[in-house]
Write a protein that binds this ligand. Structure first.
Ligand code: G1P
Length: 286
């Protein structure tokens, strides 16, 4: 099973990051010098993904421009001998083959993924949520693909989270197969406490069989009146094998202020231009 395609749902309105997201897609807000979306694309490419479909929406066409060349700027940088900056400007467009499709209606994550049906065809594919940025030694998507390939199954990326977080995300029913890999038998989106299976929640990464599409096609709306991917996966795991990978790495929800700041600080500590300065500032304010 070779996974070469990925879908990045990035059609959300970004209401938790207003007013910044009034005119800029939340996926293009910068974590230091690169937009959130570039970190996600880099993770996909590091996992061996070649074709990337970004599910977009009205008012978000700047995402297409970002993954394109900018000839005037590139010529100027070349003429000025700024080779490193030139590469940084040009590289995003060369990382993969990019495709864009508008969701058209804001009907939920399950609906956004269903829109990817003709792009995906009859192959397994990865899903990387556009808000969830990972910091990991090995691409989290790669970790999921390895587990999916080993078990001939779909695979969801999970982490053990607090009671409050489970209620905000979802809860999966799992049994251990090996260290960090589990069989998935049930799940529920945004559970009330009585519905919870475990404190393991799916956090923004999936490797799915195309068997998800006929399920999403007829799936009724769930929590919040939206077509929920989790509801589709709940049905998929009844009829096809599904595993969960407790992935190695840290996940940041850049769709809210605290998560965005946390990610900014984490990446700033690693960045050659800012790391030493930030460490100094933090030590000074202790
Ligand atoms: C979505 C999914 C949920 C998942 C969460 C975190 O929720 O529906 O199952 O746990 O992302 O990746 P949202 O954050 O869009 O409410």
């Amino acid at each position: 099973m070779k996974v070469k395609k990925a879908v990045i749902p990035a059609a959300g309105l970004g209401t938790r990051m207003l007013p910044a997201t009034k005119a800029i897609p939340k996926e293009l807000l910068p974590l230091l010098d690169k937009p959130v979306l570039q970190y996600i694309v880099e993770e996909a490419v590091a996992a061996g993904i070649e074709d990337i479909l970004i599910i977009t929406n009205r008012g978000k066409s700047a995402m297409e421009d970002y993954f394109d060349y900018v000839p005037d700027l590139q010529e100027r940088l070349a003429a000025d001998g700024k080779a490193e900056l030139l590469a940084q400007v040009k590289n995003p467009a060369d990382m993969a083959n990019f495709y864009f499709l508008r969701q058209k209606e804001t009907k939920g994550l399950g609906h956004a993924i269903w829109r990817a049906k003709s792009f995906v065809g009859d192959e397994p594919f990865a899903v990387l949520l556009g808000d969830d940025v990972m910091r990991a030694e090995v691409s989290v998507t790669r970790q999921l693909i390895d587990a999916a390939e080993k078990y001939g199954a779909s695979c969801v990326g999970i982490k053990e989270v607090s009671d409050e977080a489970v209620a905000k995300y979802c809860s999966v029913e799992i049994t251990a197969l090996e260290e960090r890999i589990y069989r998935v038998t049930d799940m529920v989106e945004k559970p009330v406490p009585e519905e919870k299976f475990s404190n393991f929640a799916i956090l923004g990464r999936y490797v799915l069989s195309p068997g998800i599409f006929p399920i999403l096609e007829t799936l009724p709306p769930g929590r919040g009146g939206e077509i929920q991917l989790t509801d589709g996966l709940q049905r998929l795991c009844q009829v096809e094998p599904m595993v969960a990978k407790d992935f190695e790495g840290k996940r940041y929800d850049t769709g809210n202020l605290v998560g965005f700041l946390e990610a900014t600080l984490a990446f700033a500590l690693d960045h050659p231009e800012t790391g030493a300065w930030l460490k100094g500032q933090l030590a000074m304010n202790r």
